[in-house]
Design a protein around this ligand. Structure first.
Ligand code: COA
Ligand code: AMP
Length: 631
C-alpha cells in the first residue's frame, strides 16, 4: 500500500482505519465502539473493548508458540552483566511480581511508582502493574528526591518499586536514600516499598515498610491478568511543562497497544522475531513505548542496555550491540550520535563490527542537526530516519514510514505526518499557513489512538494547555513549517520547554529554583545551543539591591540548588549576574530575544520593549562570559 492511500484513509475514515488496526491484537472482547466521547467531551478509542496489555505482549505470544523466543536481552557494560529472558520467562516473572504487588493490596486503578535503573526488573515491574490493571508511573533515575516527591504526591501510589542503586559511568548512584528522602518530603506516603538489591550497593531496609524484591518473589503466588477497558489508564508519565509542576500525561490501554503495534511495522519495519534496540531509558517516553511495550506487542525482541553510547567502554558500544544481537533497527537520540562522532570522528569503531543485520537507524527526541545526520549515513551506510514525537502522543507524529513506503528524505525534516495525525501549520489566529511559512504545529482532532486524553488529576490543565489555542485542534508546543511537498520541518518549542541531550526540561522550573536564592531578585533561564547536548540551560540573574556577592560563589550555589532539586540531568552549569533583563512594557522577560543573542542570531528589537539599551548591555555581559556564539 502507498503512503498516500494509507494516510488518506486514516484521516478520512479514522474509525474504519483504527478498527482494522485494533483487530490485529488479541482483545478479550473486541471493541465495537471505536471512537466515542468521554465525560469531558474528549475523543476516546475503543471504550468498550476488553483487554490486558501484559496479556497482549506476553501471554498471548507464549500461547501462540513464541514462548522460547527471546523477549528481553539485558546488556550492562556498567555492571558487567548480560542476561536473556524468553517470552515464557518474562511472562512467569511478571505473573510472580504481579502476585507480590497483589499481596500488598495493589488492585485495578491503583498507582505504583517505579524508580529504577535500566534492568529487566524495571520492565517486569511495569508489566506486573499492567497485569493487575493498575497504573504505573515510572520516574527517571536521574531525577532528584524533590522531583520524585512531587510525582509521589501527584500520583498517590500505594506502592513504590525501586532498586538499591543505578550505575553511571564509573559511579554508583544510590537510589534508596533518594527514595527515603522523597517520601520524607511528600505529603502522600506509600504503604510499601519494594527494593531490588543490587550487589554494587545494598540498601538498608526500613522494617514494616520496605520489602526485599527477591524475598517477596520467593513466596509469591503468580497473579492472573485482570481485564480492563480500552480506555482504562495504563500509565502516567510526568513530563516538563512551562511551570515548576510536571504534567502527568495519562496513557490508556487500548489506544496505546493499537498504535504501538501498528507503528512497529508501519514506521520501523519490524516483524515478530526481529530484534529492536531503543537506546533510551525506561524513565522516558521512548523507553516506555519502544523498549518496554511496542517490541513485545509485536512479538519482537527488545534490548535493555544499561550503558552510554560512549565511555562504556568506548564509542563502539552501539555497534557492538548491533553485531552481537543482530539488531535490525536502532533508535536513539541525535545527542548519542553526536557523542559517538565526537569521540570517533573517523568511525574506526564502526569498521570493527559487522552491521549487516542493521537495516535502519532512527533518531528522535530533539532536532537532528544535518551534520550529525550526514555523518551517520556516511559512516554507517544505513538510512537515517528522523521522526518527531512527544510524551503526549507516545509515538511518532511525523516520520518516514519504512514499513509502508519509503519517501525520499530531506535533511532537517521529519518527513510526512504519520497516518492518524492530521498535522496543520497555523498562524496565531488559527489560519493555515502557506507552504514554507512557519507557524504553530497543531493536530486536527480527533487525535489518533495512544495520545493523552487528560492530565492526571487536572483535566483543566489539559484543556487549557493543549486544546484552547485553536478550537478543534491539539497544540503541540512546537513551531515549524511544511514545504511544497508537505514535508514537515520542526523548528523548536514555542514555549519554555528545552531539550537537553534529548531530555525534556522546563526552564520555568529552573527559574523557580534559582529565584529562591536569597541574593536573587529576578532571573531568566534560557536554553542555548550546545554542540553535544543540543541545548544547555543558562541562568541570567539580577541581584537584590545592596547585595554584594562573589559571582563565582553564587554560580556554584545556584548550580548546586538546581542539581539538588531537579537532579544532575538538568545539566544546569552556568549562571551569570546581569544588571537588567530585557522586558516588554508589561513586564514580560523577552526570553526568545535572549536566546537569539546567545545563539548569535539576527534579531529585531520588538516595539514593545521597555528599555532598548538593556539589550546591548546584556549582550556584552553574555559575550564577556563566553555565552554568545559567534557564527
Ligand atoms: N541516574 C542517575 N543519574 C543519571 C542518570 C540516571 N539514569 N542518567 C544521567 N545521570 C547523570 C549523569 O551521571 C550526569 O551526572 P554528572 O553531572 O554528575 O556527571 C548527569 O546526569 C548528566 O548526564 P548525561 O546527560 O547522561 O551526560 P553525560 O555527560 O554523562 O553523557 C551523553 C553524555 C551524550 C553520552 C548522554 O547524555 C547520552 O547518552 N545522551 C543520550 C540520551 C538519550 O538517550 N536520551 C533519550 C531520550 S529519548
Ligand atoms: P519528549 O516529550 O521528551 O519526547 O519531548 C518532545 C519534544 O522534543 C518535542 O515537542 C520537540 O520539541 C522535541 N522533538 C522530539 N523529536 C524531535 C525531532 N525529530 N525533531 C525536532 N524536535 C524533536
Amino acid at each position: 500500500m502507498s503512503y498516500h492511500a494509507e494516510y488518506t484513509k486514516s484521516v478520512e475514515n479514522p474509525e474504519a482505519f483504527w478498527a482494522e488496526k485494533a483487530a490485529d491484537l488479541p482483545w478479550f472482547k473486541q471493541p465495537q465502539t471505536i471512537l466515542s466521547k468521554d465525560e469531558n467531551g474528549i475523543d476516546r478509542w475503543f471504550a468498550d473493548g476488553e483487554m490486558n496489555t501484559a496479556y497482549m505482549a506476553l501471554d498471548h505470544h507464549v500461547e501462540n508458540g513464541r514462548g522460547d523466543q527471546l523477549a528481553v536481552i539485558y546488556d550492562s557494560p556498567v555492571s558487567n552483566t548480560k542476561r536473556q529472558l524468553t517470552y515464557r520467562e518474562m511472562r512467569d516473572q511478571v505473573a510472580l511480581f504481579a502476585g507480590v504487588l497483589k499481596a500488598q493490596g495493589v488492585e485495578k486503578g491503583d498507582r505504583v511508582v517505579i524508580y529504577m535503573p535500566m534492568v529487566p526488573e524495571a520492565l517486569i515491574a511495569m508489566y506486573a502493574v499492567a497485569r493487575l490493571g493498575a497504573i504505573h508511573s515510572v520516574v527517571f533515575g536521574g531525577f532528584a528526591p524533590h522531583e520524585l516527591a512531587v510525582r509521589i504526591d501527584d500520583a498517590e501510589p500505594k506502592v513504590v518499586v525501586t532498586a538499591s542503586c543505578g550505575l553511571e559511568v564509573s559511579k554508583i548512584i544510590e537510589y534508596k536514600p533518594m527514595l527515603d528522602e522523597a517520601i520524607e518530603q511528600s505529603a502522600h506516603k506509600p504503604e510499601k516499598c519494594i527494593i531490588l538489591q543490587r550487589p554494587q550497593a545494598k540498601a538498608s531496609l526500613i522494617a514494616g515498610r520496605d520489602l526485599d524484591w527477591e524475598e517477596a518473589i520467593a513466596s509469591a503466588e503468580p497473579a492472573d491478568c485482570v481485564p480492563v477497558k480500552g480506555t482504562d489508564p495504563l500509565y502516567i508519565l510526568y513530563t516538563s511543562g512551562t511551570t515548576g509542576k510536571p504534567k502527568g500525561v495519562v496513557r490508556d490501554n487500548g489506544g496505546h497497544a493499537t498504535a504501538l503495534k501498528y507503528s512497529m511495522k508501519a514506521i520501523y519495519n519490524i516483524d515478530a522475531g526481529d530484534t529492536f534496540l531503543a537506546a533510551s531509558d525506561v524513565g522516558w517516553v521512548v523507553g516506555h513505548s519502544y523498549i518496554v511495550y511496542a517490541p513485545l506487542l509485536a512479538g519482537a525482541t527488545t534490548i535493555v542496555y544499561e550503558g552510554k553510547p560512549v565511555r562504556t567502554p568506548d564509542a563502539g558500544a552501539f555497534w557492538r550491540l548491533c553485531e552481537e544481537y543482530k539488531v535490525k533497527a536502532l533508535f536513539a537520540a541525535p545527542t548519542a550520535f553526536r557523542a559517538i562522532k565526537k569521540e570517533d570522528p573517523d568511525a574506526k569503531e564502526i569498521s570493527k563490527y559487522d552491521l549487516s543485520s542493521l537495516d535502519i537507524i532512527f533518531m528522535a527526541g530533539e532536532r537532528l542537526d544535518p551534520p550529525t545526520y550526514h555523518w551517520t549515513i556516511e559512516k554507517t551506510g544505513k538510512p537515517v530516519i528522523d521522526h518527531w514525537w512527544q510524551t503526549e502522543t507516545g509515538w511518532a507524529i511525523c516520520g518516514n514510514l519504512m514499513g509502508i513506503e519509503q519517501k525520499e528524505p530531506k535533511p532537517g525534516s521529519a518527513t510526512l505526518p504519520v497516518p492518524g495525525f492530521n498535522v496543520q501549520i497555523l498562524d496565531s489566529e488559527g489560519n493555515q499557513m502557506p507552504a514554507g511559512e512557519q507557524g504553530s504545529i497543531a493536530i486536527k482532532l480527533p487525535l489518533p489512538p495512544s495520545c493523552l486524553p487528560t492530565i492526571w488529576g487536572n483535566h483543566e490543565r489539559f484543556r487549557a494547555g493543549y486544546l484552547s489555542d485553536f478550537p478543534g485542534y491539539y497544540t503541540s508546543g512546537d513551531g515549524g513549517y511544511k514545504d511544497e511537498d508537505g514535508y514537515v520541518f520542526i523548528m523548536g518549542r514555542t514555549d519554555d520547554v528545552i531539550n537537553v541531550a534529548g531530555h525534556r526540561l522546563s526552564t520555568g522550573e529552573m527559574e523557580e529554583i534559582v529565584a529562591d536564592h536569597p541574593a536573587v531578585a529576578e532571573c531568566a533561564v534560557i536554553g542555548i545551543n550546545d554542540a553535544l547536548k543540543g541545548q544547555a540551560p543558562i541562568g541570567l540573574v539580577l541581584l537584590k539591591d545592596g547585595i554584594d556577592v562573589d559571582e563565582a560563589v553564587l554560580e556554584k550555589e545556584l548550580v548546586a540548588m538546581v542539581r539538588k532539586e531537579i537532579g544532575p540531568i538538568a545539566c544546569f552549569n552556568r549562571a551569570i549576574v546581569v544588571q537588567r533583563l530585557p522586558k516588554t512594557r508589561s513586564g514580560k522577560i523577552l526570553r526568545k530575544l535572549l536566546r537569539q543573542i546567545a545563539d548569535g542570531q539576527e534579531y529585531t528589537v520588538p516595539s514593545t520593549i521597555d528599555d532598548p539599551a538593556s539589550l546591548s548591555e546584556i549582550e556584552d555581559i553574555m559575550d564577556n562570559h563566553g555565552l554568545v556564539q559567534h557564527n
